[in-house]
Design a protein around this ligand. Sequence first.
Ligand SMILES: CC(C)(COP(=O)(O)OP(=O)(O)OC[C@H]1O[C@@H](n2cnc3c(N)ncnc32)[C@H](O)[C@@H]1OP(=O)(O)O)[C@@H](O)C(=O)NCCC(=O)NCCS
Length: 196
Amino acid sequence: MELRSGAVRLRPLRRRDQDAWQRLRRRNARWLLRWEATSPDGTVPRATFTGYVRQLNRAAREDTGYAFVVEYRGELVGQVSVAGVNRGSLQSASIGYWISEHVAGRGIIPTAVAMVVDYCFTDLGLHRVEINIRPENAASLRVVEKLGFRDEGLRRAYLHIQGQWADHRSFALTVEEAAPSLLERWLASRGSAPLT
Ligand SMILES: CC(C)(COP(=O)(O)OP(=O)(O)OC[C@H]1O[C@@H](n2cnc3c(N)ncnc32)[C@H](O)[C@@H]1OP(=O)(O)O)[C@@H](O)C(=O)NCCC(=O)NCCS
């Protein structure tokens, strides 16, 4: 599975990404720390890189989650993940993302999320996707605002972040709201030019 728009390409994480991935994560450790989920029981997961790739592949095989790395101009710069795929009568999932600080502010994540939302509706057959954001995360709130996600309100103590249960604002789109293509709509809003 590979998605592309201009200079933004999404694909699964591979074992040969290990060095680039670990460099990217080290470089952005401080930038990401504030927003990353933690374990409520205080344990720090000790997965190896190979174990992490295996875990992502298993999730895709079992249809519980789909993770894409973000490449910009051929460089690994971030990640967009679809988690908690819920089938049955719900057909919903939540989307999470981050990008390296050195390429933040260029519209890469809105482009990537728009592609992933289209993938969720067209390829995965989901009906609804949601994005949960801490109220103080202004940059992330801009992402959902620019993409036209609907505000569904506040979820109290929703997710464990940096050692405590943190409130989140929840935003969603249904397939009807995003049709025919969120990527097309996003590109049209910026003059139809893909990112170069
Ligand atoms: C939130 C995040 C993914 C946005 O990705 P992005 O590709 O930079 O998105 P955009 O280019 O649309 O920028 C979004 C906003 O970030 C802010 N921004 C712009 N340049 C920035 C920079 N160099 N550094 C920090 N924030 C910046 C602006 O407010 C921008 O909104 P604007 O377009 O109205 O000016 C990114 O800031 C990030 O990875 N943050 C840390 C992890 C995180 O918060 N993940 C989301 C958890 S819900």
